[in-house]
Design a protein around this ligand. Structure first.
Ligand code: CP
Length: 326
């Protein structure tokens, strides 16, 4: 039934048609129902996925590990720093060898602009098994699929006329990857939402992703705009998605980047800003959130927050991606 997707890499939602993404979303709904009702769903019995991490993770690692177990298979966690990758082993050799041991390879390589997407595409070029992007420098397609599932659960499948505000927010903890906002503007413009992106001038996203969002919006007949005010973005929004990200040219200069970010400490999602959005608007965040900086406790713990529903959907969507491609 899902033969057409078997073996297909999931590196960016841009590589998948609307119809293919709809198949992933349908399967995610089915898997969520089966999980919640305790119905066994061992669609990947005895299959192995390798989870290769160049960065830390809570949701992604554990949703993939729990998910493959629930599907009847097994995950191997690989920390790049304790594998031969740290001694320089090539993505070609890694891809060929791991794919000969199992049925799928998933990679997180998100902290250096210009590296992660290229790395996983090289693995995919040589691996005979599907490669899944667990977050790179360009896209976080597992996160945005879960976000779209969550938005549809709340607002229904027809999102036309609804607005999402994707905004930069202040966080002093570390330079967070740019891939979540980039993935959001590329995906949400394809599925009926008007998208407003807001950020201070230094925090522009990769031009290729802005171009993709403009083109997707044109094809879908929705609005895509970029503004320099969080308040303006929140006006009349149905969904607000404020989160921090780093400056593309300064990921290797964290102290310089932190100094620049301090000018924008007032870019926080608080109760005043939530009132600018529609009354029934929801607050989303991929997590982890920098509480007290990106968002106040009153908002993230408040009635408009859907962050735990969103995080739960990471499980159901990553199981769908594995079940359909492996
Ligand atoms: N949202 C997300 O990808 O979370 P982790 O970094 O914990 O995997």
């Amino acid at each position: 039934m899902y033969g057409s997707l078997q073996g297909k890499d999931y590196i960016s939602t841009q590589d998948w048609s609307d119809a293919e993404l709809e198949m992933l979303l349908d399967k995610s709904i089915e898997l969520k129902q089966m999980f919640r009702s305790g119905v066994p769903h061992r669609f990947l019995a005895d299959k192995t996925i390798f989870l290769l991490f160049f960065d830390k993770s809570t949701r992604t690692r554990n949703s993939f590990e729990a998910g493959i177990t629930q599907l009847g298979g097994h995950a191997h966690f690989i920390d790049s720093s304790t594998s031969q990758i740290a001694h320089g082993e090539s993505p070609k050799d890694t891809g060929i060898i791991l794919s000969s041991y199992g049925h799928g390879i998933a990679v997180r390589h998100d902290l250096v602009p210009g590296e992660g997407n290229t790395y996983m595409r090289e693995i995919a070029q040589w691996a005979e098994k599907p490669v899944i992007n667990m977050q790179c420098d360009v896209d976080h397609p597992c996160q945005t699929l879960a976000d779209l599932m969550t938005i549809r659960e709340i607002f229904g499948k027809n999102l036309r006329g609804r607005k999402i505000a994707v905004s930069w927010a202040y966080a002093p903890s570390y330079a967070k990857p740019m891939s979540v906002p980039q993935g959001l503007i590329m995906l949400m413009t394809r599925f009926g939402l008007d998208v407003t992106l807001a950020h201070p001038p230094e925090y522009t996203l990769m031009e290729s992703t802005l171009q993709a969002a403009r083109e997707n919006a044109r094809k879908a007949g929705v609005n895509f705009e970029v503004v320099d005010s969080m308040d303006a973005a929140f006006e009349d929004a149905d969904i607000v998605y404020p989160k921090s990200w780093g400056i593309e040219s300064l990921f290797h200069k964290p102290e310089e980047a932190l100094e620049i970010s301090k000018q924008y400490k007032n870019w926080i999602c608080d109760e005043r800003r939530m009132k600018l959005a529609k009354k029934e608007a929801v607050y989303m965040h991929c997590l982890p959130a920098d509480r007290g900086n990106e968002v106040t406790d009153a908002v993230i713990d408040g009635p408009q927050s859907v962050v735990y529903q969103e995080a739960e959907n990471r499980l159901h969507t990553c199981k769908s991606i594995m079940a359909m491609t492996m």
